[in-house]
Design a protein around this ligand. Structure first.
Ligand SMILES: Nc1ncnc2c1ncn2[C@@H]1O[C@H](COP(=O)(O)OP(=O)(O)OP(=O)(O)O)[C@@H](O)[C@H]1O
Ligand SMILES: [Mg+2]
Length: 374
């Protein structure tokens, strides 16, 4: 990696007003972001939001219809993919089935006319890195899904690219293997320090592996932040709802200041923290309140809730066992017709509330995010 020559302040990758138009569809609109050298960025969003399109522009398979992409400070719009020092792993691994693991990993080195004498040692080094030592002579059909994945990672990294691009390479794996491989990606990425861009629609994966997350919807970047910032201070209802399980209530903005804001929802006044920019916070405008399922407390009696800013009574409509936690769905007439969703982790009084039972719930005002439509 040629990282030594690059001044620290130059981002490894940046996009400036990048757009991609396919006939009448804007698949990516005015994207701007910077990624520091050695960091792990995840592009997160629902199907069709433009994630792959953005990644393909960074890889060089698509030329932006507007804007510029920079790699290590150099504009690369006109640079071919094989001249970009980029390693890639896609959902379809495109490994050579008739070749062994070692031959697959050696392939990019041969393509790049790497010193032939040094190839076997380099291949072994990268097979060790992905923990496939001993399996170098197996063909692809003699390896498990997870092992094939590792071959693909080794092949993408063996020529020491400046940038690793991952487009949902884990999507086809079962959940347990996927979670294992997520941590594996993180370990390898840390060990090599290679700048990485990962695409996924799995919000858990994004939170677990990333230094930086970009949430996309409908071709637009909704927020660009660290995992904790993204979780704690979502910029809009889409982000609040996409990351975690969130309850949304619609109302009218009644007051707004740096300390907090108030929204009328039906006959209620909800207090919370304004997350939209202050110039959008015109009093009387439509506002959306969001509170996460894990920020709502639930108990059989009101005094068992502890100190909360706001409490309600509700009736349990459904209880879903999720292993380490329970998901309650409640009817709370004061909060509208939508069921209120609450996660409950307390092992001691697990499964205390049954369907049909009247319960007490509540939250702290600091956990209610308020968004005003701009
Ligand atoms: N070559 C193309 N020609 C025309 N439209 C395209 C092309 N590639 C993608 N699109 C459209 O652009 C939009 C964004 O597609 P993209 O593949 O970037 O989404 P994505 O976020 O990666 O979705 P997924 O999670 O399903 O992979 C979609 O509406 C898609 O149909
Ligand atoms: Mg995609």
């Amino acid at each position: 990696m040629n990282t030594n020559a690059i001044p620290a302040q130059t981002p490894a990758v940046s996009a400036s007003n990048v757009a991609m138009q396919f006939s009448d569809l804007m698949a990516v609109k005015d994207a701007n972001f910077e990624l520091e050298n050695g960091r792990f960025l995840t592009i997160l969003g629902p199907s069709g939001s433009g994630k792959t399109t953005l990644l393909r522009m960074i890889a060089g398979f698509l030329k932006p219809t507007q804007g510029q992409i920079f790699i290590n400070g150099k504009e690369v719009n006109a640079v071919a993919p094989n001249k970009r020092s980029v390693g890639m792993v896609f959902q379809k691994l495109a490994l050579f089935p008739h070749m062994t693991a070692a031959q697959n990993v050696a392939f990019p080195l041969k393509m790049r006319r790497f010193d032939a004498k040094k190839i076997p040692a380099r291949v072994l080094e990268f097979l060790n890195l992905v923990r496939l030592d001993g399996l170098e002579n197996r063909r692809m059909n003699e390896l498990s899904g997870g092992q094939q994945q590792r071959v693909a990672i080794a092949r993408a990294l063996v020529f020491e690219p400046d940038l690793l691009l991952l487009d949902e390479p884990l999507a086809a794996l079962d959940r347990k293997l996927r979670e294992e491989m997520q941590l594996e990606f993180r370990r390898i990425q840390k060990e090599l320090g290679v700048t990485t861009i990962n695409v996924t629609h799995d919000q858990r994966e994004a939170l677990v592996v990333s230094d930086q997350i970009i949430v996309m919807d409908n071709g637009e970047i909704q927020q660009d932040a660290s995992p904790t910032q993204m979780y704690r201070t979502p910029h809009n209802p889409f982000v609040a709802n996409f990351i975690g399980v969130t309850n949304l209530f619609d109302g009218k903005l009644m007051s707004a200041s740096a300390e907090g804001a108030e929204v009328h929802v039906g006959d209620l006044t909800l207090s919370g923290i304004l997350r939209s920019s202050s110039d959008a916070s015109v009093l009387g405008s439509q506002a959306r309140c969001a509170v996460r399922a894990e920020q709502i407390r639930i108990a059989a009696a009101p005094d068992a809730l502890g100190t909360l800013d706001l409490t309600f009574q509700g009736v349990v409509k459904d209880v879903i066992f999720e292993g380490e936690r329970l998901l309650y769905e409640l009817s709370v007439p004061e909060l509208g017709d939508e069921p209120v969703r609450i996660f409950h982790h307390d092992q001691n009084d697990f499964a205390t509330h049954d369907v049909g039972e009247t319960v007490h719930i509540g939250w702290m005002n600091r956990d209610l995010h308020i968004f005003v439509a701009s």
